[in-house]
Design a protein around this ligand. Structure first.
Ligand code: SF4
Length: 225
């Protein structure tokens, strides 16, 4: 596809998804700190499990930098158990809070004031924070325009025919999208959320429900079947 075609195609996909599903209101969190904690806990686990862990932290009244920092490792692991890999994730949460205290005087807004590239670099330098988590924090926490890629994005764009393989690297796919869509936080926010929704409900891994899909007329997978 030529660049203008890719751009037009991506906007077309976005518009069709938005028309079908409506606004997704991401990220589901009451505060930015809760959003960041949710992003760290969300690695390799369903969102329902993350919600249970967040709920436990709220109930124990420790959903704050100081609260997490001062809670024992054992207690923290116990509270976030529903989110899986709990010993490892408890360690990561503590390390992240320690980093915020040390480097940003416990002020998340100071971290978020960095420009996108520095913020991404700083987040990626934290143990256990990979591209998807870092970019989710930048997009949904710092509210800066960076496109979040995940396995749903790779699956959908591969089936639609935009990319040749689901094995495309995170950064390569992100670059394709960001070169072709205007860098707008709200657009990237909604697009990622819509892709997740669509892949969970319709473009499922094993049996996509193509006859119900709003993208079928522009989908390679459907049209080649
Ligand atoms: S038509 Fe089928 S394969 Fe294509 S995007 Fe829709 S559900 Fe996925």
């Amino acid at each position: 596809m030529k660049q203008e075609d890719v751009s037009q195609f991506l906007y077309n996909v976005y518009n069709k998804l938005y028309e079908y599903w409506g606004p997704q209101h991401w990220w589901p969190a009451e505060t930015k700190f809760e959003m960041v904690i949710g992003a760290i806990l969300a690695q390799n686990i369903s969102w329902n499990s993350v919600e249970k862990a967040i709920c436990n932290l709220k109930r124990a009244n420790i959903l704050s930098i100081e609260g997490i920092f001062q809670t024992s490792d054992e207690m923290l692991s116990e509270l976030i158990k529903p989110a899986g890999y709990y010993n490892q994730k408890a360690k990561r949460l503590k390390e992240f809070c320690n980093f915020l205290k040390r480097e940003f005087n416990s002020d998340l807004e100071k971290l978020f004031a960095l420009d996108i590239s520095s913020l991404r670099q700083v987040l990626l330098s934290q143990k256990g924070i990979g591209f998807e988590t870092a970019d989710s924090i930048i997009l949904y926490g710092a509210e800066k325009p960076i496109f979040v890629v995940d396995s749903y994005t790779k699956r959908l764009f591969y089936r639609l025919g935009l990319i040749e393989s689901e094995k495309i690297s995170y950064n390569d796919l992100q670059a394709i999208v960001m070169t072709n869509l205007t860098p707008q936080t709200q657009l990237y926010n909604e697009f990622h959320a819509l892709i997740v929704k669509h892949c969970k409900e319709i473009c499922k891994s094993k049996k996509p429900i193509c006859n119900k899909c709003c993208l079928k007329l522009i989908c390679n997978y459907y049209n080649e079947e």
